[in-house]
Ligand binder design. Sequence first.
Ligand code: ATP
Ligand code: MG
Length: 800
Amino acid sequence: GAEGQDDLLAGLNPQQLEAVTYRGPALLIVAGAGSGKTSVLTRRIASLLRGREAWPSQILAITFTNKAAGEMRERVAGLIGDAARGMWISTFHSACVRILRREAEQFGFTKSFTIYDSGDTRALLKRLVKEHEADAYGLTPASVMGRISKLKNELSDAESYARQANMSDPVERKFVELFADYQRQLRKANAFDFDDLIGQTVYLFRAFPQVADTYRRRFRHILVDEYQDTNHAQYALIHELTRPVSSDAPDPYASNGMMIFEPETTPALEGASLTVVGDSDQSIYAFRGADIRNISEFERDFPGARVVLLEQNYRSTQNILSAANAVIGNNFDRKDKKLWSDKGDGDAIIGFTGYSQHDEAQFVADEIEVLRRAGMPYSEMAVFYRTNSQSRALEEIFIRSAVPYKIMGGTKFYERAEIKDALAYLVAVANPADEMSVRRILNKPRRGIGDVTETAIARFAEEHDISFRDALANSAQLGFGPKIQAAIAHLDAVLAEATAIMLPASGELPAPTTVADGLSLLLSKSGYLDSLRASRDPQDEARVENLDEFVAVARDFARNNPEGTIVDFLTEVALVSDADDLDDESGTVSLMTMHTAKGLEYDAVFVTGVEEDLIPHRISAGEPGGPQEERRLFYVGITRARKRLHLSLAMTRAQFGEVTVAMPSRFLQEIPAALIDWRQSPGDVNSRGGMQSRALNARRSGGFGGSGSGDRFGVKALPGRDSLKPLSTAMDKFPNRVTAKMRDNGDLELTAGDRIRHVDFGEGRVDAVTGEGAKRIAHVRFDTAGQKKLLIKVAPIEKI
Ligand code: ATP
Ligand code: MG
């Protein structure tokens, strides 16, 4: 019923209109970037609700990040009002956690299970690799972790894998042994890792069809954004949910979730309607098991599916789109689709080649200020890079240039040791079976409990078949000395007190204490805060601030979720993903990886480090399909821009003082030269003379001109904007002046035999010095960090 929907349908083009209003079992919307896929999905939900075709509770919408889920919820609410509540709009992971929390007891877990993030998983595997002496087989925690994750994404478990693995190979046997033990440990800890959240939900649905049926009856409309990045497990989950309900088995949750004792049999029901939207050109998670075929085979899996193509891009100017089309056109094996825009050509794409990454970062910072003075808010600007480590140089320059920024990648905060400790305290309360967390806080703060004591407690737990946490409560039987005994008893008492107020037995207390109060209690009574405050280490001061911030996060949570429990809070924290920022400041520039940028849009975008070995990344070169996936990633990056796109690179990249010489990315050559206005092209930096005079001009003019022309360095119309010749040899082209902003060791005398100290690498011996002047390179053999070549002028080194 399209009645009363005029406002919902206003402004849609005919294809979008069809995507919103088509009704049928399966709908696939495929389209390039910025063509309104996400918008159409949102309007479709609103239209279903407005037309009373579905209750909010019958809708399950899957987005790629929690942030995207929040935005979609807000937009639906904006379109139809309060009815938006009660809908499930969430990521795959969040949806599965909700299901598992309800159903965990069906298969031997409790509601308060812990979610292991990649850090937890790595820690557990580290321990297991050691216990199983697996490093002798060449198995590292990282390699085992990667393989297990991959197998889980294919819905393979330790047993099924063992059945088809070559078990006469000792390495394989060892791996299977580790995989099985890893899974045992998770179960013992009442924990799921990230991949399990999906995989175990699929398992649950397959093993308990009645449980699956309740969800099939509930969710009548399933909508999935970014479908091109679903992996096999997620695909299977969708399949399970959209199956028809054929059984006439009783529905245990009939009549509004209340258990009824003599249920009537319920009628068979056809499968839920499924809408998926995606763009195979933006598939960038193959390394995590995403399977592009999920899109191409949709029509086979869902016969009779309607397919809608969207071609008009509403996001970017034509120049940006032409660049994007040109780049992605180099991938073979794809359906050609041409995006077009009626926004006009817009500004030229701006190119810049820095001498170093600091130089590049300075360009970005300067351009940001130009745009801001022209009226663009910081929040409309974003800076992308391929790898997280590239943010360091940008941050340094941004701080110096007073450009306010935030790094998208909320996980960083939760990776800090003090936050992990605080979380471990909470987990020890919420899920005492989680041994890893209890062990983590055993001697934090220092209580004089060492490895010997810890091992004794673990052995005691094993002998008596109780948990590590329960062993603490019974430690009096272990015969420790009075000091240690008192320390353990104190920890046990603090945990018990927190448990009593945060997890009251039902009806015991009028209202449970908020998570924030419980957290404060744990941190103060355990002595954790006091020990940080007593410390003279300046870093500990920052740690106290971070913990304050964490308590504030918990308070916010309580405000937004008045009924929220400690388990809900831990769930939310565990599911924070890359694109979910902690604080929602609007007056800041966003920094993020190109992966994180998916689905987002900004007025101005800076794609930095457009160099070979970064984009395409070095590790992708050897992977089948690797370079193509990198091209898609680059395509994602440039199609985020509405009005202004900047592509920049650096000719040399110093990381930890080690200099590598970079070559322009092949993707730059794929963009028609006429689209890029090079403020400083790779050719300019390459030809020495020109470079020097420009550097001088830059210093003299002390700034840059307006936008649009290549006059940043007082040089008009730089020649050779298309001269992307690769550097022939590394150092003979190295510029004399790296950048005025970097440290300058210009007069540091070094000869073979000298000992030096490096900020990151520690001490080492100089084997040889080559090159001259600014290009002098020290070949250093570090005591622990191995051999490195350092550019003396800029390396953070001193003679000792
Ligand atoms: P991506 O592939 O990057 O995820 P997308 O296909 O999901 O992109 P959206 O984010 O939904 O695209 O839309 C891109 C922009 O175009 C948004 O700002 C959206 O509001 C706008 N837009 C979409 N459809 C229309 C329309 N019919 N009229 C005007 N603006 C539109
Ligand atoms: Mg989208």
